[in-house]
Design a protein around this ligand. Structure first.
Ligand code: ADP
Ligand code: MG
Length: 361
């Protein structure tokens, strides 16, 4: 058989490139919600309302009372790599905002219909404009608006048939959204109020009306209050405070604070809420390490509830390793994990001994 001629290499068109990239940033409805709510938090909102239809596939609408967007910025708002949060690469080291890539809104316009309504301080009226594939579909139109920004994302993945098909189970994403909001806003910014409304729940026609929210995070004062309001009394009652730190440049520099479940807590699955430098992130290595400690220390195989906030020098965290910014990587990760593991273990042992003693008494 004769060798085939090599196929020609072509440059992909910009719109194909953008749609592929968009599908990575916005993987499912909950990823759009995450980006929108992060933007609302970055805009210093104190109240966020979320409306979801059909698990987010039909509609995701986020309204906030943040600083709004300037009229003159609307033309480039949804282009790729346009942001108000970063200008030089070096800024990444000290970045406090959750966004910085200027990709989220752009991505949404490549896989959905996006409409923005916004008003800035001191203006008599706001502006509304719709976007498609990064660009404005029309000139911004003056409209009535209250403080802040409302972003409407309709018909998510309308142009990605395969993605829509894999996302048939709308209630699945709705619970992911509820969980995200509880953690992200309820725990991270306990002073922000949120309401989530889902109209027309999948598979049933109950209409909740506009006044009842499925999830409602209230402004609370302490972390423990926030945990109690999000996860309930029975969780909060069984938590112990933990702390760990290291300040040795040769091994690791970090400070950790949090809550861990005691020996009385019973659950079939692990709940881990992890903040690193105020970002809600995942760290599968740490999660596994903690699970192992609980399994080895407690007689009954109860999975833990863990809330941990780790602060370390910004230059020791790379926030730029994952397109959704979900996983971060840490300098000296193994050392940090080991330290946390041993603090949890000794705390757990002493709580388990007290419990055994109480049971015998
Ligand atoms: P990033 O958050 O990475 O900057 P986005 O695409 O999410 O990128 O948003 C682009 C820009 O749009 C933001 O930098 C911000 O200036 C503005 N923006 C987006 N959402 C809001 C909002 N809810 N309120 C005020 N400004 C917003
Ligand atoms: Mg953003």
């Amino acid at each position: 058989e004769e060798a085939k001629e090599p196929p020609r290499i072509q440059r992909l068109s910009e719109s194909v490139v953008n749609r592929i990239a968009a599908g990575e940033v916005i993987q499912r409805p909950v990823s759009a919600v995450k980006e929108l709510v992060e933007n609302s938090l970055d805009a210093h909102s104190t109240s966020i309302n979320l409306l979801v239809k059909d698990g987010g596939l039909k509609l995701i609408q986020v309204s906030d009372d943040g600083h709004g967007i300037r009229l003159e910025d609307l033309p480039i708002l949804c282009e790729r790599h346009t942001t108000s949060k970063l200008s030089a690469f070096e800024d990444l080291q000290s970045i406090k905002s959750m966004g910085f890539r200027g990709e989220a809104l752009a991505s949404m316009t490549y896989v959905a219909h996006v409409t923005v309504t916004t008003i800035t301080k001191g203006q008599l009226h706001g502006y509304r404009v719709s976007y498609r594939d990064g660009l404005m579909e029309n000139e911004p139109r003056p409209c009535a608006a209250v403080k802040g920004t409302q972003i409407m994302v309709e018909n998510l993945f309308y142009n990605m048939a395969a993605r829509r098909k894999t996302l048939q189970n709308a209630s699945d994403d709705y619970s992911k959204i509820v969980d995200l909001i509880s953690r992200k806003v309820g725990l991270y910014r306990p002073r922000t109020r949120t309401y989530i409304l889902q109209s027309s729940k999948p598979h049933c026609n109950v209409n909740h009306g506009a006044t009842r929210a499925d999830v409602h995070t209230v402004a609370t004062s302490s972390r423990l209050d926030a945990i109690r309001s999000v996860y309930g009394i029975s969780v909060a009652r069984n938590l112990m405070k933990i702390e760990a730190s290291d300040n040795n440049p040769a091994t690791s520099i970090f400070e950790m604070q949090g809550y861990m479940s005691n020996a009385n807590y019973a659950s079939k699955k692990i709940t881990m809420v992890l903040f690193i430098n105020d970002r809600l992130v995942e760290c599968s290595a740490l999660k596994r390490a903690i699970e192992i400690v609980y399994a080895a220390t407690l007689p009954k195989a109860s999975k833990p509830f863990i809330y941990i906030s780790i602060v370390l020098p910004p230059e020791n965290v790379d926030v730029n390793v994952h397109p959704t910014k979900r996983e971060v990587s840490l300098l000296n990760q193994e050392v940090i994990i080991e330290k946390i593991q041993s603090v949890i273990e000794s705390r757990l042992r002493s709580s388990n001994e007290t419990r055994t003693y109480q049971e015998q008494a």
